[in-house]
Design a protein around this ligand. Structure first.
Ligand code: NAG
Ligand code: NAG
Ligand code: NAG
Length: 737
């Protein structure tokens, strides 16, 4: 009897299970069908909208493009995408880069067989090419090139996008120096297409070319070969660039919101799982996670039951307010691994919390992202609150600071992004010693810390002393810039005052006289000085015989006492990254003239210290001659003027600090001495020219690099009513003006 009952019960359970199973199966297939029908109907096609990421969110492309897509999809399976085995040793010819790192760009307007222009480019890619063409890296001689950049726009390889360039395989074949892609860089922001967004599908065989590509995964990158590239907006500035938001917004350390996200939610398809689940974290108090299904005109077709609620909540929060008032920002993956949210959060100093497994963060080869972001796991969403709660305030502060450093050094302009890509490749070359990771991950960063092909620099960089625990050099080289053919008495007196300084290492006269000027040693006023002539009258030449870190740049008619020189040098030792000197000038914005004006009036502030009498680090000679854009140098050479303004722009641009004025001296040149030519400083044309230069520099830098200061440094007992014997720099008191 018992056994019979048990038997019946088992049968019953068995039948129930089968019923449930079938019920589920039919339910599923119904759901599946309904999805299908939504995607297929030609009437439900979405229209294109402006934002890249939003394109082809739901549904199929409009008819004209569908042919391409089908072609593309059928090709997908059959062709090879890259040479998977590439490493620098095997696929890159480093011998092309023995002496220099030059980049060749293919001619921008190649004609096809019918004589028609073939290359159309997106604005963004055109900007990138322009930047390269105007940079120090560029060469128009392919035999000298280390790296080749194609003029064919490969940024957007989504066949559904308006910027998609067709027939790339054919175009690549036609490139004269392609050579299987060897030593080429292919830039890419978007690859693959709806619905799969295959990461490595650029629609053509890239072969041995290095991919500088956004949204790569660590597993797909060819190690030490491909470069993970940041995803940035079309509107990203070429030069200049915005600074981070934190400057004025550091405190309180913990903001109003702990964690925030505002963005799109994909109802279907790849990447939707992550974005569909993050709403669980929203609590309306310290965690604000709002999403919208509204993207693409036909979003309603694919909406799910939460869309209405989500969309209304979404409208309640302002994105930029969330960015500024939140400690952490969630950065979930989009369709592809990377998203715009990443750089936006970085700029805002809102510490990115990444939900994008395996994503290779931008430039991860050189940037230590653990110092600026928090990783979470897409599959373990509910750990996010715990992870961010466990971050101490000290760590928070450090992370936030690092977001700003990285944003400003490497990401705020397209120029920086492109240059970092080149620097990474450069750094891999066997003949160059790679830069210390510290240099990459601290301010002012690796872009301004050049390493040379002619061996290591024999001095420290001006901004790294504190990092390396070192002190600036204890002596200086005086470089007197002379435009006269004979050495007059004033120069003699200057040499005498210089040689009385206990910090002087050597005096060099950089002579502008072309004919009859001989290089070599000469004795003036009992001091051996080195005459260097025939370098084309360039003031900031990196002369090989400057052995000291500090350079005192002087005009030959300058008047300075030994005390002033010594005091200024002491100040320079405390601020080796700045220009420290005597005569100062300023700039201001004239809204009537709509331009920048240059001023030599004595005012309460200054932004330029004239290099007719100033200390600076000799590394700036190197930067000036080998790093600045050739267009800037051209401006100086054409005007025979303004080099000192450019040097001030350079140093302020690199350090983001103003120069320093020492001592109260206003006139630093002897006025009206017999035999002296009339000073060009009183010439109004000369002055106007400087104004023009200033505005040209601003245009080329992309912003006004000069920074204002109202600080003047004097010795401590300066003009104090104590006995003169107790003062260290007695002569400074005696200067009359
Ligand atoms: C949010 O940020 C904005 C802009 O920085 C600021 O004006 C506002 O006061 C902030 N709100 C809160 C509640 O902190
Ligand atoms: C300059 O200072 C360094 C040490 O800082 C010293 O080795 C060198 O001899 C000095 N040179 C001169 C010419 O004084
Ligand atoms: C040299 O120094 C003295 C003060 O010690 C000063 O009066 C003189 O003008 C200086 N000469 C030059 C040419 O700098």
């Amino acid at each position: 009897m018992q056994a019979y009952k048990r038997f019946i019960l088992l049968w019953f359970l068995f039948l129930l299970t089968i019923c449930l199973y079938f019920f589920q199966l039919t339910g599923k297939s119904k759901k599946f069908k309904s999805k299908e029908s939504k995607n297929n109907g030609p009437k439900k096609l979405p229209s294109f909208i402006d934002d890249w990421e939003q394109i082809n969110e739901i549904g199929r492309p409009p008819t004209p493009k569908s042919y391409d897509l089908r072609l593309h999809n059928s090709l997908y399976v059959s062709y090879k995408k890259t040479n998977k085995n590439c490493r620098m040793e095997t696929c890159f010819d480093a011998s092309r880069c023995d002496k220099n790192f030059h980049v060749f760009v293919y001619p921008l307007s190649e004609l096809d067989s019918n004589g028609l222009m073939t290359s159309s480019r997106s604005i963004l890619y055109q900007k990138m090419l322009d930047i390269i063409l105007e940079s120090r890296y560029y060469t128009d001689d392919y035999t000298k090139a280390c790296v080749f950049v194609v003029a064919i726009d490969t940024l957007d390889r989504d066949p559904l996008s308006p910027d998609y360039i067709r027939n790339i395989p054919v175009k690549m074949q036609r490139l004269k120096h392609w050579n299987g892609g060897r030593n080429h860089i292919i830039f890419n922001l978007y690859s693959g297409s709806w619905p799969d967004y295959y990461e490595d599908d650029l629609g053509f065989y890239t072969g041995d070319a290095i991919l500088a590509k956004a949204s790569m995964s660590v597993t797909n990158m060819r190690p030490g070969f491909d470069i993970s590239f940041p995803l940035f907006h079309k509107k990203h500035p070429e030069r200049g660039g915005e600074s981070g938001f934190v400057r004025s917004n550091t405190f309180p350390i913990t903001k109003k919101y702990k964690l925030a996200f505002k963005g799109k939610r994909y109802v279907l398809g790849i990447g939707s799982e992550t974005r569909n689940s993050i709403f669980h974290l929203h609590n309306g108090k310290d965690t604000i996670i709002v999403t919208t299904c509204k993207h693409g005109k036909n979003w309603k077709d694919a909406q799910d039951e939460r869309c209405i609620v989500d969309n209304s909540l979404y409208e309640k929060y302002d994105y930029s307010e969330l960015l500024k008032n939140s400690t952490f920002c969630l950065v979930p993956r989009g369709r592809r691994l990377g998203s715009y949210r990443f750089l936006e959060a970085l700029q805002a100093g809102c510490i990115p919390v990444l939900l994008s497994n395996n994503w290779a963060l931008p430039f991860n080869e050189v940037i230590d992202w653990n110092k600026a972001v928090i990783w979470a796991d897409e599959r373990l969403l509910f750990q996010v609150p715990e992870i961010i709660n466990s971050v101490s305030e000290t760590k928070l502060f450090a992370l936030r600071q690092q977001t700003q450093i990285l944003w400003e050094q490497y990401f705020n302009t397209i120029e920086k992004i492109v240059f970092v890509t080149f620097e990474i490749i450069k750094e891999r070359l066997p003949m160059l010693q790679s830069r210390n990771g510290i240099i990459w991950n601290t301010s002012p960063g690796a872009l301004v810390s050049q390493h040379s092909f002619t061996g290591n620099l024999h001095f420290n960089l001006p901004f790294n002393y504190h990092l390396l625990g070192k002190k600036p050099g204890t002596n200086f080289t005086a470089v007197i810039f002379s435009q006269q053919s004979t050495f007059h008495t004033l120069l003699n007196r200057l040499v005498r005052n210089l040689s009385a300084s206990k910090y002087l290492s050597q005096i060099v006269v950089n002579s502008c006289v072309e004919s009859g000027g001989k290089s070599g040693y000469q004795t003036i006023a009992g001091t051996q000085i080195l005459i260097s002539s025939g370098n084309g009258c360039r003031r900031f030449e990196s002369l090989p015989f400057i052995k000291t870190e500090a350079v005192l740049s002087l005009d030959d008619d300058v008047v300075l006492s030994t005390d002033e020189i010594d005091f200024a040098f002491n100040v320079w030792q405390s601020f080796p990254e700045r220009i420290v000197g005597f005569p100062a000038r300023s700039h201001y914005w004239d809204s009537n003239k709509d331009s920048w004006l240059y001023s030599s009036k004595w005012t309460n502030d200054y932004s330029i210290v004239l290099t007719g009498a100033a200390f600076y680090h000799q590394y700036y000679n190197t930067l000036y001659t080998t790093w600045l854009s050739p267009l800037l140098i051209k401006t100086v050479e054409q005007s025979h003027n303004c080099e000192d303004i450019l040097m001030n722009c350079l140093v302020s641009h690199v350090t983001r600090h103003p120069p320093i004025k020492v001592s109260q001296r206003k006139h630093y040149k002897e006025q009206g001495i017999n035999g002296m030519p009339k000073s060009p400083w009183n010439d109004p044309d000369h002055f106007m020219q400087r104004q023009t230069c200033l505005n040209t520099f601003v245009a080329l830098f992309g912003y006004m690099p000069l920074l204002q200061s109202s600080v003047r440094l004097d010795p401590i007992l300066f003009k104090d009513p104590v006995s003169n014997f107790r003062k260290k720099y007695k002569q400074i008191e005696l200067i009359s003006n």
